[in-house]
Design a protein around this ligand. Structure first.
Ligand code: CU
Length: 340
């Protein structure tokens, strides 16, 4: 009886080892497939399985670490489920009228101690590498200070002449007021309130988001502008309660604590617009203080910064619009005709 059960266990060990390997490959493959499927860059998308497409070294490391651990998790989950099913069927009372007297099995005991250690090591090594990458800050080309307040962000450029601006969320009512004028807006929505009002605003503004090329809940009136391929340090703090400055595509996420300065860094690989949201519960409008980062070429950045230094907001916006038109090689991007 004992002999038979050891033989069966060893065979089962081999089978499950092979299975574990296969499932790990399958799992990480699936996770990777998910992040490839996610089409729009810099923002979340419907049916997204993996993380947002990474746009910095740190984000790429986070992405591969996520795929690795996810693969391991899926493999362990499947492995345990199959073990339970096998145990339920093979060792049921009916099939085993005389119960086994096995008390221990050296191979199994070594295996179930050594295997988890190996799995933890496989996870620990890239995990520490990633931590060191995130928290060893390379020499900055640009430093930005982000200050969280209930419920918007202020962005300062201390080494560019110290100009600063507030970044506020764009809401349904902002687009509607812009499209139909203030009087018409008040006339149409003035007698509505509560859920009825927000439902009407949501419904009527839906086509405008597309028209202006903006992302609902993520676009802000002013964007953080940074040059592509340059090391950017973001010094993060808060005015009132704890907020959190986050851009998933850069792998940046750091708490903004009142009275303290914390920091995150990124080097954007590609140009484009990248979105994030406050990621620390900070009050009733926590979901309404997004962050929008425009990554542009160095020339555009310098021109923009010069205009901002000169307090010429209009010119600064024109510079960004021109750069975006040039990059997208189009003349009729609706978003750019608007003031946003
Ligand atoms: Cu917040």
């Amino acid at each position: 009886m004992t002999k038979r059960s050891i033989g069966a266990n060893t065979a089962m060990g081999y089978v499950t080892a092979i299975f574990l390997g296969l499932a790990a490959v399958l799992g990480s493959g699936l996770a990777r497939f998910g992040s490839v499927l996610a089409a729009p860059v810099g923002q979340p998308s419907d049916w997204e399985i993996g993380l947002q497409p990474p746009n910095s070294e740190v984000a790429r490391s986070i992405d591969s670490f996520y795929n690795l651990t996810n693969g391991i998790i899926i493999a362990i989950g499947l492995f345990v489920m199959i073990l339970i099913i096998v145990a339920l069927v093979r060792f049921r009372e009916k099939a085993n009228p005389v119960p086994s007297k096995t008390t221990h099995n050296s191979f199994l005991e070594v295996a179930w101690t050594a295997l988890p250690i190996m799995i933890l090591l496989i996870i620990a090594i890239p995990s520490f590498k990633l931590l060191f990458l995130q928290y060893s800050y390379p020499k900055p080309d640009l430093t930005i200070k982000a200050i969280g307040s209930q419920w918007y962000w202020t962005h300062e450029y201390p080494d560019q002449g110290g100009f600063s601006f507030d970044s506020n969320i764009i809401r349904d009512e902002d687009l509607l007021t812009r499209a139909m004028g203030e009087d018409a807006f008040n006339k149409k929505y003035g007698n509505l309130e509560g859920t009825a009002l927000s439902k009407a605003l949501y419904r009527d503004a839906a086509p405008l988001w597309k028209k202006y090329g903006l992302v609902r809940q993520l676009s802000t009136d002013t964007a953080v502008v940074v040059p592509v391929g340059k090391v950017v340090h973001v010094l993060v703090t808060a005015e009132d309660v704890i907020h959190d400055w986050t851009i998933p595509a850069f792998g940046s996420k750091i708490d903004a604590v009142p009275g303290r300065i914390s920091a995150t860094w990124f080097r954007a690989d590609k140009k484009g617009v990248f979105y994030g949201q406050c990621s620390e519960l900070c009050g009733k409008d926590h979901g309404n203080m997004p962050i929008m980062v425009r990554v542009v070429d160095q020339g555009t950045f310098d021109a923009w910064a010069a205009a901002m230094r000169a307090n010429d907001d209009k010119k600064a916006k024109q510079i960004l619009i021109k750069a975006e038109l040039r990059d997208k090689q189009t003349k009729k991007l609706a978003a750019l005709k608007s003031d946003y």
